[in-house]
Design a protein. Structure first.
Length: 135
């Protein structure tokens, strides 16, 4: 599997509005979109930086994945996302290599991307997301 590029770095935050202000003022970058992804219990803010993005994640449910992450670890890097072609084939390939998949099939994520997560225990403690833009 060869990713095309790093799609985004996901950062879990407690206060999305405060984090947006921080990134806009400190790094002089603009938030391009804010979106709620109900299936993942998050609100996201996207900051394009070249071909890569920063994705801020604020939980909408303390029992959701990001809410649990913040409770356990505090704010910080939640995941790294790689852009891939043919996500279904990449998941099949990784499964055959013994990598545990959180998502055996892609699902819809922020910005309309097809996404799937790999288990961090098989990725040196890092939550890895695969993304494919179908548009």
């Amino acid at each position: 599997m060869k990713p095309t590029h790093i799609e985004h770095i996901g950062i879990a935050v407690k206060d999305l509005e405060a984090a947006i202000k921080f990134f806009e003022s400190i790094f002089n970058i603009k938030c391009s979109s804010i979106e709620e992804v109900k299936e993942q219990s998050v609100r996201t803010a996207i900051f394009p930086i070249g071909e890569t993005k920063i994705e801020l994640l604020e939980t909408t449910d303390p029992q959701g994945p990001v809410g649990k992450f913040i409770k356990k670890n505090g704010e910080g890097i939640h995941h790294i996302a790689f852009s891939v072609n043919n996500i279904e084939s990449r998941l099949e390939e990784l499964s055959k290599k013994g990598i545990r998949l959180i998502d055996k099939k892609p699902r819809k994520g922020a910005e309309g991307l097809n996404i799937a997560f790999l288990h961090p225990k098989d990725c040196f403690g890092t939550l890895i997301e695969l993304c494919e833009n179908k548009s």
